[in-house]
Design a protein around this ligand. Structure first.
Ligand code: ATP
Length: 229
């Protein structure tokens, strides 16, 4: 089957104030629809960079990025934004909810950008919140929620849009280990029961025990891949 997400010989060098920092040094990666994949590696190994490139948030210095049969790295910023809006969900370390909006409005936000009618937005956002057991908090603003609850709203926001893939960049980094594990369990259930494709990064080895596919990144290179039956 064709890969949903694919990177070929990906290199990324950041240039700032005349200093060059190589973040990825020739990464080949692919994931099929329905996978639940962890990108593991120590701080600075290039996990965020890889997820940003796979999701079309940034461009590689060299190499190709394919998403659902389309080559991302040759598209301009507007075309990449459109593709992200329709095909990609993101969950970030710092939740990135909009502070003035309620949980329900946050969960509906991507659908609003897509121009969906209000009633359909609300229905889908409410259903997504319910999947994360956050429907009882629909009217709360982010500052009235715990970190774990905010991150569940962020997953609901991604989920409501039914993207082809959800990239989650260290989604548990700001959560205690119990809450972090619970979040991963929510994501795993959505993968198992609804077939949602997740690619998430972590530097916490404890979160990897029950993940089927783990890709280990070190110093900008994939050094090891595990796939458990
Ligand atoms: N915008 C940037 N400008 C310059 N260097 C950067 C930039 N972003 C990342 N880097 C560097 O690229 C390398 C990889 O960083 P990246 O954030 O991808 O790693 P990471 O594995 O996600 O780390 P962490 O677990 O700490 O988030 C690091 O050396 C980092 O300092």
């Amino acid at each position: 089957m064709q890969a949903l997400v694919e990177a070929r010989n990906l290199h990324k060098v950041y240039k700032a104030d005349g200093v060059e920092t190589p973040a990825l040094r020739g990464v080949d990666f692919s994931a099929r629809a329905g996978e639940f994949t962890a990108i593991a590696g120590p701080s600075g190994s290039g996990k965020s960079t890889l997820l940003h490139l796979l999701g079309g948030l940034d461009l590689p210095t060299e190499g190709e990025v394919w998403l659902d049969g389309e080559r991302l790295d040759e598209k301009d910023a507007v075309a990449r934004a459109r593709l992200r809006l329709w095909k990609v969900g993101f969950v970030f370390q710092a939740y990135n909810l909009i502070p003035v909006l309620t949980a329900l409005e946050n969960a509906a936000f991507v659908l609003e950008l897509r121009g969906l009618p209000a009633r359909e937005r609300a229905e889908r956002a409410r259903a997504a919140l319910a999947e994360l057991e956050m429907d009882g908090f629909a009217d709360r603003k982010p500052n009235q929620l715990s970190g774990g609850q905010q991150q569940r709203v962020a997953v609901a926001r991604a989920l409501a849009a039914e993207p082809a893939v959800i990239f989650a960049d260290e989604p548990t980094a700001n959560l205690d280990s119990k809450t972090g594990l619970a979040l991963i369990e929510y994501m795993k259930r959505l993968n198992r029961e609804k077939g949602v494709t997740f690619i998430f990064s972590t530097h916490d080895p404890r979160l990897l025990e029950h993940v089927r596919r783990v890709v280990h990144l070190e110093d900008g290179r994939i050094v090891h891949e595990e796939e458990r039956g």
